[in-house]
Design a protein around this ligand. Structure first.
Ligand code: SF4
Length: 300
């Protein structure tokens, strides 16, 4: 029987947006809020419930917050149910004590490179990668894998080459790129928001670098590119098809898992629809070549 998985986002602090990473203190979720959030997950009937700690830097809530959260989880967990805690962090506050705590509690870590480097109060490009590399190293010393998330904003789109170098240097177990934007009617005010032309330029540079490495045997698990290869090779299921007519009829629907964050209405094709179509056509032959090799390898 297929395992049922439920994912829920936990933001220990209120607030949204890519640039606010130092929240005011005193806004941490109360015990009652934790119980409420945990119950949302555990009463879903899922076998595995993933609590994804995100939003403004969740580590600022402190180790005690996470200890309490996990204690409540264990109290409410039903027989046969599994709770998985996933911490999305810039890595700025990762130190020896946190790394020990993360190992002892089995927390999974995703190091987030925010890409909003030009915004007031945000980390610079160099600092973001420095913290990620230091965090990954602290966790590697405890035999812990770490995943990466790159939020592709307008400024990130201009630095695709530097981002690819950073990914290789940090040595993530796997890394996912996520286009980060706002709906068209809000975009004008937000310089950080990614525009379609910028995503096209970013994907081309990143994909070309990744493909060149794959050709010489350097395998970076950079998602969604590596997932496209697996889907083409028939060893991974394709993405769920969007509900609107255009997505229903689209030949790229199984691959179109690169959805933009903050796009509000699932009934319309993604704001980057045309960019995705362009990209799939650009990359198809190369992806097919890699899929052929992957398929052969999977038979052995
Ligand atoms: S490329 Fe566009 S139409 Fe096709 S699945 Fe993606 S969003 Fe839908």
């Amino acid at each position: 029987m297929k395992m049922k998985v439920f994912k829920t986002i936990v933001t220990p602090f209120s607030g949204q947006g890519p640039r606010v990473w130092v929240p005011e203190s005193g806004m941490v979720m109360s015990r009652d809020d934790c119980v409420c959030s945990i119950n949302t997950g555990l009463t879903s009937g899922a076998d595995r419930v993933e609590f994804i700690f995100s939003g403004p830097e969740p580590m600022l809530a402190g180790i005690d917050f996470f200890k309490t959260f996990i204690e409540i989880e264990n109290e409410y967990l039903r027989p046969g149910q599994e709770a998985v805690n996933i911490l999305c962090t810039s890595g700025v506050y990762l130190d020896e004590a946190w790394a020990d705590f993360i190992r002892d509690c089995g927390i999974q870590v995703r190091l987030v490179i925010d890409g909003a480097w030009d915004e007031p109060g945000a980390l610079s490009f160099n600092d973001a990668w420095k913290h990620a590399a230091r965090g990954a190293e602290l966790l590697a010393r405890r035999d812990l894998d770490v995943a990466g998330i790159i939020r592709v904003t307008a400024s990130a789109a201009r630095r695709a080459g530097g981002i690819y170098n950073g990914i290789k240097k940090v040595g993530f177990d796997h890394c996912r790129i996520i286009p980060w934007t706002l709906p068209a009617w809000e975009m004008e005010e937000a310089e950080w928001a990614l525009r379609p032309g910028q995503l096209e330029m970013f994907l081309k540079t990143l994909f070309d670098r990744w493909y060149k490495d794959r050709e010489i045997g350097i395998e970076e698990d950079l998602r969604p590119f590596s997932e496209y290869v697996k889907i083409m090779a028939g060893i991974k299921n394709g993405a769920a098809r969007g509900e609107n007519a255009q997505c229903q009829a689209c030949r790229w629907a199984p691959y179109c898992g690169m959805r933009a964050v903050d796009y509000p209405d699932d009934n319309y094709p993604d704001v980057f629809c045309e960019t995705y179509r362009w990209f799939f056509e650009y990359a198809e032959k190369k992806l097919e070549k890699l899929a052929k090799v992957e398929k052969q390898l999977s038979w052995h």
